[in-house]
Design a protein around this ligand. Structure first.
Ligand SMILES: NC(=O)C1=CN([C@@H]2O[C@H](COP(=O)(O)OP(=O)(O)OC[C@H]3O[C@@H](n4cnc5c(N)ncnc54)[C@H](O)[C@@H]3O)[C@@H](O)[C@H]2O)C=CC1
Ligand SMILES: N[C@@H](CC=O)C(=O)O
Length: 350
């Protein structure tokens, strides 16, 4: 039976949860999916790096995280050594889950590039490399005969990108609109329930929904990246970040929320893209006070939903978790499952 060796780049909420899933469900995955997973390297800004080709002892690694604790005391190093670990470790697959940088995607773009150049497949939940360098990195993966998967970059573990690519084949997609950020949707809901804006953000942070800098959620940068990913991956829009107009929810006041409620409306942060008659695509993110009978008005908490406008089916809506450690770790697992399925198909056809 195949065992995939995995390196985790970033050992925060998402990759730690993936490690826990591998530790607790490894045997079940092996029997149900026909492959095993073994973690052979971990790097993290705070913990440093640990490379153990025979398999990292997860019972030790998962306990680390106290102040000043690093891998140096456990056979590793206090430095991340990302380039050397990524290029030289024995992993087949690199799971990249470091901070999303909405400006240029770095250093995650380099992490992905080093992995693909050294013949390793990559799965990532990091929106930066996918939104800002997706086409280039996908081409690099193809050149090197490896995979670049990123289902978790949009709507965490809820299948959207692969599902739409496979199941909408034969349909023409004319656009989409959706709630694509769990934190801002959670915050708007908590404010509607009377909670203070900053207290609501703190709750979203504690629940593992928010970005390292929650301004990315609140000011719409996160949705801007997700709209860019969906527009380029699914509408073949060929647009750049500057083409996606961005406005977040920081301008929505408690009075705006109360007024909307009196008028039978509810504020939502909406990301959307639509094809114009000349084939070009217009895209943006902004807060909108939706009427309560709108399909997206009832989407609450960290749940996300995206409604695709298709030529033959009309609107098709996908809804599910948009954030959360377990939900996003599952996205990485689903990427690995997709890579295994592709590999199995290739060997069956050989
Ligand atoms: N938490 C969620 O619900 C979702 C998160 N994502 C994305 O997944 C990624 C990870 O998210 P979380 O685990 O929640 O974040 P987190 O902040 O809990 O963990 C990120 C980890 O990466 C480490 N890190 C940062 N820069 C690094 C570097 N250069 N080298 C090595 N390690 C580095 C940090 O020390 C931290 O431990 C982010 O890009 C986020 O945008 C995507 C979908 C949902
Ligand atoms: N911070 C993001 C996490 C997923 O991308 C969100 O709240 O949606």
């Amino acid at each position: 039976m195949t065992t995939y060796d995995i390196a985790l780049i970033g050992f925060g909420g998402v990759n730690r949860t993936l490690a826990e899933l591998i530790a607790t469900r490894g045997e079940r995955l092996r029997s149900e999916l026909g492959f095993g997973l073994r973690i052979v390297a971990i790097t993290d800004l705070r913990l440093g790096s640990l490379v153990q080709p025979e398999g990292v002892d997860l019972s030790v690694a998962l306990k680390l995280g106290g102040e000043n604790e690093t891998f140096a005391a456990h056979g590793g190093s206090a430095d991340t050594n990302n380039e050397s670990v990524i290029r030289n470790c024995t992993a087949d697959i690199i799971c990249e889950a470091t901070f999303t940088n909405p400006d240029d995607g770095e250093p995650a773009v380099s992490h992905v590039r080093w992995a693909l150049e050294s013949g390793k497949s990559v799965c990532t939940t990091n929106k930066g490399p996918v939104a800002l360098r997706g086409a280039e990195l996908s081409a690099l993966a193809e050149q090197n005969g490896v995979h670049f998967e990123f289902e978790g970059a949009v709507m965490s573990g809820t299948p959207v990108i692969r599902l739409a690519k496979k199941m909408f084949a034969g349909l023409k997609l004319n656009g989409f609109e959706g709630i694509l950020n769990g934190t801002s949707n959670y915050v708007l809901g908590r404010m509607e329930a009377g909670l203070d804006f900053h207290a609501a953000i703190r709750e979203a942070q504690e629940l593992g929904y928010a970005e390292a800098n929650p301004a990315a959620d609140i000011e719409g940068y996160d949705v801007q990246l997700k709209v860019l990913i969906l527009a380029n991956e699914l509408l073949d829009a060929g647009i750049e970040l500057k083409d996606v107009h961005r406005q977040g929810i920081s301008t929505v006041t408690p009075e705006d929320i109360r007024k909307a409620a009196r008028e039978g409306r509810r504020w939502k942060l909406i990301g959307a893209a639509g094809r114009n008659p000349d084939g070009s695509v217009t895209a943006g993110v902004s807060p909108v006070a939706l009427p309560l009978d709108h399909g997206l008005a009832g989407v609450s908490g960290a749940t996300n939903a995206v409604s695709f406008e298709t030529d033959l089916l009309g609107a098709v809506t996908i809804s599910g978790p948009g954030a959360g450690r377990v939900e996003t770790a599952y996205a990485l697992l689903s990427d690995i499952i997709a890579m295994h399925a592709a590999r199995t198909e290739v060997s069956a056809n050989a």
